[in-house]
Design a protein around this ligand. Structure first.
Ligand SMILES: Nc1nc2c(ncn2[C@@H]2O[C@H](COP(=O)(O)OP(=O)(O)OP(=O)(O)O)[C@@H](O)[C@H]2O)c(=O)[nH]1
Ligand SMILES: [Mg+2]
Length: 314
């Protein structure tokens, strides 16, 4: 029987048992915003315990996919079962590159890891809804950690940082790269910095720039009140250098979150954010429906809005 013909309860059960087709189909349904998402939270893998969600972001071409590919190869040797959510394949900027990534990463996905590419376009509610749903599905199927790769342009990476426990920001050697990351708002979301392509000139300069900016953000009061300072890890992803050091930094951050109670805080904030996004999507649909045939009737737009708000909330 094809997985398409299974009832959603049977499908979820198969996915939890590790059937790769069932996992893929489940993710497709979750991405479409189906009710299967609710069943997943009820029927979970015995190992599901709130997977460590790790966001990996940075400028186009920084080496995020190469690094993620190394992690998904390395983590099973530590007894872990990683999943990857690669966000943004529909972007006109990176469509081609991601296709290449997918081929490269699929090579290594056979050893128990699972890789999923997710489009940012054409989703009801967008990423804010589809990413947490996919993360829950991976968690339910016993994957831990869940790595989310996303290109650091615009709002997307901020949304993804919001979906992660630990956000890794990847920069490269070269004059101004750290400054660019700062401008893009990546400094604020970073829990761990990676200077990838450390085989190139200027890696130490970039480290110094980052340290300086971290010092300044401390002075201006942006540092974490628990005294956490994001470490800076040097990697050469193409050679696999620094991958264990990166993973050590990521797990140290997770330990810090647990020890300070911040993990619960972050997850509660995520919960609120998702509920808020879902409410927004629902209300938006109602608002569009309620105003579709509206004609001017001499009253002010504000007066009409107040009246309609009364109806919508009733
Ligand atoms: N020299 C050197 N090149 C690297 C390193 N890591 C990645 N690259 C190369 O940099 C290019 C981009 O790598 P990707 O892993 O695709 O980068 P990405 O950040 O995923 O790119 P997008 O998803 O398109 O934003 C590729 O040609 C890699 O081979 C490194 O450590 N050193
Ligand atoms: Mg990539």
């Amino acid at each position: 029987m094809s997985v398409r013909e299974l009832s959603s309860a049977d499908l979820v059960e198969r996915a939890i048992d590790g059937n790769r087709r069932a996992i893929g189909r489940t993710l497709t349904l979750v991405e479409r915003g189906g009710e299967i998402a609710d069943q997943i939270t009820e029927l979970t893998h015995p190992a599901a315990k709130g997977s460590h969600v790790v966001g990996i972001t940075g400028a186009p071409g920084a080496g995020k996919s190469t690094l993620t590919g190394q992690l998904i190869r390395h983590l099973p040797t530590l007894g872990l079962r990683p999943a990857v959510l690669a966000v943004d394949p529909s972007s006109p900027l990176t469509g081609g590159a991601i296709l290449g990534d997918r081929v490269r990463m699929d090579d290594v996905a056979g050893d128990g890891g699972f890789i999923r590419s997710v489009a940012t376009r054409g989703h009801a509610g967008g990423l804010a809804l589809s990413v947490p749903g996919s993360v829950r599905a991976f968690d339910a199927c016993g994957f831990d950690p869940v790595l989310i790769e996303t290109v650091g342009v615009g709002q997307v990476e901020v949304d993804v940082a919001g979906a992660a426990d630990t956000t890794v920001v990847v920069v490269n050697p070269g004059w101004g790269d750290a400054v660019q990351a700062n401008k893009a708002g990546l400094l604020e979301v970073a829990d761990v910095f990676v200077i990838n392509k450390a085989d190139r000139d200027g890696a130490n300069d970039t480290r110094r720039d980052l340290e300086l900016m971290l010092d300044l953000s401390h002075v201006s009061g942006h540092e974490d009140e628990t005294g956490y300072r994001p470490p800076i890890i040097m990697t050469t992803a193409t050679a696999g250098d620094g991958v264990q050091a990166l993973w050590d930094a990521v797990t140290a951050h997770r330990t810090h979150l647990e020890a300070t109670g911040q993990l619960e805080h972050r997850r509660a904030a995520r919960f609120r954010y998702e509920v808020r996004s879902r409410l927004g999507t629902r209300f938006e649909a109602s608002i569009i429906a309620a105003t579709a045939d509206l004609e001017p009737d001499g009253r002010s737009p504000a007066a009409v809005a107040v009246e309609l708000a009364g109806h919508l909330l009733a």
